[in-house]
Design a protein around this ligand. Structure first.
Ligand code: BES
Ligand code: MN
Ligand code: MN
Length: 464
């Protein structure tokens, strides 16, 4: 057995227990009621970095939640890997759909995780995946197996858009200086199909408000004679896609990078089972933009989705009322070379244009982020591929996925660094959903694979 496997074997109970302790802290960045817990999590991680053997670790204040920074510098002449992750989590709602409380982690077996999975909010996104790096660092530092310099930057605002991070990067450019950034905050295809994420979508997120009459009205006395903002909003939203499910906002597709047939053919070679996909979600058909496959629809094509819609009476029983206002939250996932600010402006203009007379509309932008694509012809990608080959016995498949990590494009702009994604979660791990979990096998496999990345990267770096 390899050294790292041996180390994991003798320490795995502690590795699991430590992650469970971390998962007990409800670090919900979106809800200010949890502010103390978010800050306590930062302290917890600072201590974990020092325990793992970092020379120093500190809490760096930002305008929002703090960033935890830690480092182990062995030789300035050697390359530096910066590990990024986030310690904040999504709100656990709706609570009634959880089989066990979100911040009381339990281990249960599932069909895809026969060795057990830890069920808790943040188990996979991203505490579990971030903590793999802390434990991989512990192994490397305590066994004289860290071949290069290591920096950690663990933030607490990813799930709310990393708003303070641009300033943080600009203010700490020298401290964060690195040769490559390594992130485990994505997934892989299956436990026997390793893959490396090579692209993430960008994001433009808006909230819309439609106002009709100046107060809620009796739906009998006024119904039929005044603009009902909920009816109007529903119609406006419906008009944002045409019969081919193309987005109707003028200019929306102008900058979308079209892949060549060759690139699309290559993508189609990646294993994807449509029947299993539908079965896992209990849908009898998929839905999306005409002319594109399901894998293309969720990765290389832009989207527009309503994430929430409300207004009027939603309580028990029937209340006859025409609401004064209706609201929706809308996300647009973007692909190269769409720009979030431009798309938000196009959306706003279009939404105002299609509003019928009789209502007022207001569009408020939330956070956004640029799309990102990692080149595969670099030593960083090669090192990651060799690492997976070593521990999975298979060449990983490059895969562009649909989620967003807004900070990655900023890393490239401000720090001029490329990012490598080594994700070990599965799509079925239910991130952002009730019953989020992370396979114990995946957690330990991540800890095992990461040190090989460091080894191969340092080797390729010094050879070049
Ligand atoms: N870790 C996810 C992003 C992700 C998940 C990428 C799986 C690829 C595969 C991240 O924490 C996340 O949820 N990002 C948000 C964006 C953010 C601005 C709130 C997202 O994608 O919705
Ligand atoms: Mn995440
Ligand atoms: Mn997330």
């Amino acid at each position: 057995m390899s050294d790292v496997k041996n180390y994991i074997e003798s320490h795995k109970t502690r590795f699991i227990d430590e992650l469970i302790e971390l998962l007990k802290i409800p670090s919900i960045s979106a809800d200010s009621a949890y502010k103390k817990d978010v800050i306590a999590t930062a302290e917890h991680i600072k201590k974990a970095l020092l325990d793992a053997g970092c020379d120093s670790a500190e809490i760096c204040e930002t305008k929002g939640y703090p960033v935890v920074y830690g480092e182990k510098i062995i030789d300035p002449k050697l390359p530096t890997v910066l590990v990024y992750g986030h310690y904040d989590v999504q709100p656990p709602d709706p609570l009634n759909l959880w089989d066990s409380p979100p911040f009381e982690p339990v281990i249960k077996k599932t069909e895809l995780h026969p060795d057990g999975a830890i069920f808790a909010r943040g188990a996979c996104d991203d505490k579990g995946q971030m903590y793999m790096h802390v434990k991989a660092a512990e192994y490397m530092i305590k066994n004289d197996a860290l071949p290069c310099n290591l920096k950690f930057m663990i933030e607490g605002e990813e799930e709310v858009g990393s708003d303070s991070l641009e300033e943080f990067l600009l203010d700490h450019k020298e401290k964060l200086k690195n040769d490559i950034i390594l992130i485990s905050d994505t997934g892989m295809m299956a436990n026997d199909v390793p893959s490396i994420t090579t692209g993430l979508r960008g994001l433009s997120y808006v909230e819309v408000e439609v106002t009709g009459p100046n107060r809620d009205l009796h739906s009998g006395i006024y119904g039929g004679a005044v603009p009902n903002p909920i009816n109007v909003l529903a119609k406006m939203i419906a008009s944002l896609h045409d019969e081919n499910n193309k987005i109707t906002i003028p200019g929306f597709y102008d900058k979308v990078e079209e892949l060549s047939q060759e690139e699309r053919d290559l993508m189609a070679e990646a294993p994807f089972n449509l029947e299993e996909y539908k079965k896992a979600l209990d849908i009898d058909d998929v839905y999306g933009e005409a002319g594109y496959s399901t894998a293309e629809r969720y990765s290389i094509r832009p989207t527009l989705d309503v994430n929430g819609i409300w207004g009027g009476y939603t309580g028990e029983g029937a209340k006859t009322v025409i609401a004064s206002k209706a609201y929706a939250k809308i996300s647009m996932r973007l692909v190269p070379d769409q720009d979030p600010d431009e798309i938000t402006a196009l959306f706003t203009k279009h939404f105002e244009t299609i509003a019928p007379k009789g209502v007022k509309v207001k569009v408020s932008p939330h956070h956004g982020g640029q799309p990102y694509v990692t080149p595969t012809n670099t030593i960083g990608y090669k090192a990651a591929a060799i690492a997976y080959e070593t521990t999975f016995g298979k060449t990983p498949i490059p895969e562009r996925t649909g989620g967003s990590i807004p900070i990655v494009a900023l890393f490239e702009q401000v720090l001029e660094s490329k990012t490598i994604f080594m994700g070990f979660g599965l799509d079925s791990d239910a991130i952002h959903s009730p019953n989020e979990h992370f396979g114990i096998w995946n957690y330990l496999k991540g800890i095992e694979t990461i040190p090989y990345f460091f080894k191969e990267y340092t080797k390729l770096f010094t050879e070049q």
